[in-house]
Design a protein around this ligand. Structure first.
Ligand code: FEO
Ligand code: CA
Ligand code: CA
Length: 734
């Protein structure tokens, strides 16, 4: 999927050359494509890109000065923005929200305006960074928890707390830790207002509220559910564990990315739910027992948070809808949208057509999905549109290497036609295991063919009444999609719909792993290389622009990697957001363990080039980019910002007037915790000029984080910020 300019422009169509040159371009780098420039008359420099850790073709630097300019680099423990921009913190972990608190590891942000310069900010709280959370909890929350005692009682860091008797001291301690951690996960809705000086402030509305991992255990604030899986939830007997709560759900957690509907509700994606509850299910859709996902505690991690409360695994891994403006709404899980490691959601809502809801499953080998409603959209602003998600069909995507694609229904009648391991990077595919439940691995095409002969349709893999079977397929969507032959992809993170109705998808990493890997015929890097760790942004266009289309075209729009290797200069794209001028804003998510890891050589002991995953340290901290989608610089990436140490910048969301970019800073100090006494280290990196010449860089790297307080020894705290220009103008136009 290497970006080929000619193919990209053919794909974008005739309109590409006539659309205004996107305004995130610094004027010094504008190209001399006359038709593109004609459209850009009147706009000038939007921002001067910040200086990143490696030379870029978009940084405004002269090629002959790159070695001199980049031989020293200083990483900063702050949110670094271009000149003329500022930010303020709106809320941070531990702040009061309603009768609870601001949670941990904020991700998706949604701003729904209720009046001029005021509205609801909805925030996802995704997960706990165990080591740093335990280190900073007493200081930030002002209470203590028995971490050390429970660690000492655990066997290899694990305890099946569900089996301990009520009143047992250890069980009570695990309940206390799990409760506090689950309170830090879920969703929050806060009312905010912009003051006359441009700063955003909370109004502390009486409707401010949290929906947490254990809402249902507090004043019966259960979440609701719609769709066929509710028939499974309501079963009183089954092959697996049943929690006895029917279609009521205790909480939501692992809330990663999300989306805002045209009618003003927010959808929040439950992603890595398998860290807290069992993922595997039986043929009837009921869950594996709580003991299969025990409570986990060690110096780095806390997990299995659902174990002690006996949470049913099949009720997690869904898309949750909430109306921030309705103080009595504690969330609804729409099971027609499937259960998998949801990241992101995008809506294609066209009056008179069915509603399409896109999502992706962020795991190695995860799929892209589309729900199509049975009913049609009547009025984009009508909150009754939410009911469209209660009836329809879920489809999974097949991407053909030739740039076409199609959608296959995850219905009982769908033929089994498993993904062939020979087409997958890493040669590993997982399929539903029968009769044991859960899944098993295949590594040869012969095993796939045998499976297909054994189970001709999905109907043969799932059990129950027709509605229960459909529910079980939706509950087991990833494995059902593998069985049906949906394309295994490269860890889809965000999806976002462009103004022209096309869908942009961030595929963050093409490396294989224990869950599987991407289709190596489709996900290729520069010069056809696979695996390609650095990721892509792909554009998908439904045939006829129809939300209910069963065929589509796709093309690579931008590719991660070093400029000298044909990449756009970033690694591992994650959240996506369009500004009002059609520029795509993207934040990266390199795993924390890679950040600024020294690269003292590009070859191993045997003289072979290092793998891409071994040189990711060159890309520094996670960062924020602006990418034009039209004009001659379509697909080129301009560096707008760099996050504090060991963080991920998440949830970019523009205010309707484009003057504010809301942003979440997730897990600062994730691995090293509190930066002690402003500690730092000098590290060496072999980096490349944009034309491929290797040279040495000496890089100053802070150890740990003190953000957002920034005082010596301050605890790092996830926090949400508002970014704006000092001159109060729109962010992407001057
Ligand atoms: Fe929570 Fe896939 O990022
Ligand atoms: Ca993400
Ligand atoms: Ca991510």
């Amino acid at each position: 999927m290497a970006l080929k300019r000619r193919n990209l422009l053919l794909f974008l169509g005739a309109s590409a050359a006539t659309v205004a040159l996107s305004s995130c371009l610094p004027s010094s780098r504008r190209v001399s494509n006359s038709s593109a420039q004609a459209g850009s008359q009147g706009s000038s420099l939007s921002f001067k890109p910040v200086k990143g850790p490696i030379p870029l073709t978009t940084d405004g630097a002269v090629l002959t000065k790159q070695v001199e300019d980049y031989s020293r680099y200083e990483v900063i423990d702050d949110l670094v923005l271009p000149e003329g921009f500022t930010y303020e913190v709106i809320g941070a972990w531990g702040d009061k929200i309603g009768d609870s608190r601001f949670g941990y590891n904020n991700d998706y942000l949604s701003f729904v305006e209720t009046g001029t310069n005021e509205g609801w900010l909805t925030i996802n709280f995704e997960y706990i960074s165990g080591g740093t959370w335990m280190q900073t909890y007493p200081k930030v929350i002002g209470k203590s928890l028995p971490f050390e005692e429970v660690k000492a009682a655990a066997t290899e860091g694990k305890i099946n707390a569900f089996a301990l008797p009520e009143g047992d001291r250890l069980k009570s301690q695990i309940q206390a830790i799990s409760r506090e951690a689950l309170v830090d996960l879920g969703l929050g809705a806060i009312a905010i207002r912009q003051t006359t000086d441009g700063a955003w402030t909370r109004t502390n509305s009486s409707s401010d509220r949290r929906i947490t991992g254990i809402s249902g255990l507090v004043d019966n604030r259960y979440l609701k559910a719609t769709g066929p899986a509710t028939a499974v939830f309501r079963k009183s007997q089954g092959q697996g564990y049943i929690d006895g709560l029917g279609d009521r759900i205790i909480g939501t957690f692992a809330n990663c990315a999300g989306g805002t509907t045209p009618w003003g509700t927010v959808l929040s994606a439950e992603e890595n739910f398998q860290d807290q509850v069992p993922e595997p299910v039986y043929a009837d859709g009921t869950s594996f027992a709580p003991k299969t996902s025990p409570f986990v505690i060690n110096n780095e991690n806390i997990g299995g948070l659902g174990n002690v409360f006996g949470l049913a695994g099949n009720k997690y891994g869904w898309m949750v809808e909430v109306d921030p403006a309705n103080p009595n709404d504690y969330g609804t899980k729409h099971t027609w949208l499937g259960r998998f490691r949801h990241e992101a959601v995008a809506f294609k809502a066209v009056v008179g057509k069915p509603l399409a809801v896109y999502s992706g499953c962020d795991r190695r080998g995860g799929h892209i999905y589309k729900f199509v409603s049975q009913g049609r959209v009547k009025d984009l602003k009508d909150k009754a549109n939410s009911s469209l998600m209660s009836e329809g069909m879920l489809y999974a995507a097949i991407f053909e290497p030739n740039g076409t694609g199609r959608w296959i229904a995850l219905a009982p009648k769908t033929p089994v036609n498993p993904v062939l391991p020979s087409t997958v990077e890493g040669n590993l595919v997982t399929l539903p295991q029968r009769p044991e439940g859960g899944s098993f691995e295949i590594k040869t095409d012969a095993e796939a063919i045998k499976f297909k002969q054994q189970y001709p349709t999905l109907n043969d893999l799932y059990e129950g009444s027709p509605i229960e079977k459909q529910g079980a397929i939706l509950i087991d969507a990833h494995y059902a999609a593998n069985a049906a032959g949906a394309t295994t992809t490269a860890r889809p993170e965000d999806t976002v719909l462009a103004a022209d109705g096309s869908l942009y998808i961030a595929f963050t990493s093409g490396s294989p792993g224990s869950d599987g890997g991407p289709d190596k015929r489709v996900f290729q890097g520069s010069k056809g290389k696979s695996p390609w760790e650095y990721g892509w942004i792909v554009r998908l266009q439904e045939d006829g622009g129809d939300p209910a289309a069963m065929t589509f075209r796709w093309a690579s729009f931008a590719m991660g990697g070093e400029p000298a290797e044909g990449g756009a200069g970033f690694s591992n794209p994650d959240n996506l957001e369009f500004d009002g001028n059609g520029n795509l804003w993207m934040v990266t998510d390199m795993s924390t363990s890679k950040h600024n890891q020294a690269v003292s050589s590009r070859i191993d002991g045997e003289g072979k080039p290092l793998e891409q995953t071994d040189i990711q340290g060159i890309f520094g901290n996670n960062s924020i980019w602006c990418i034009p989608t039209s004009g001659s610089n379509a697909g080129n990436a301009y560096l707008f910002g760099i996050g504090p140490m060991e963080c991920e910048t998440t949830g970019p969301f523009f205010s309707p007037d484009q003057r504010t970019l809301f942003l979440a800073v997730q897990h600062p100090g994730e691995n090293s915790g509190i930066r002690k006494d402003k500690a730092l280290q000098m590290r060496k990196f072999i980096i490349k000029t944009t034309d491929g010449k290797e040279f040495e860089q000496e890089r100053q790297v802070p150890l740990g984080s003190n953000w957002p307080g920034k005082g010596a020894n301050d605890p790092p705290k996830p926090a949400v910020v508002a970014i704006r220009r000092l001159d109060s103008k729109a962010i992407s136009i001057t």
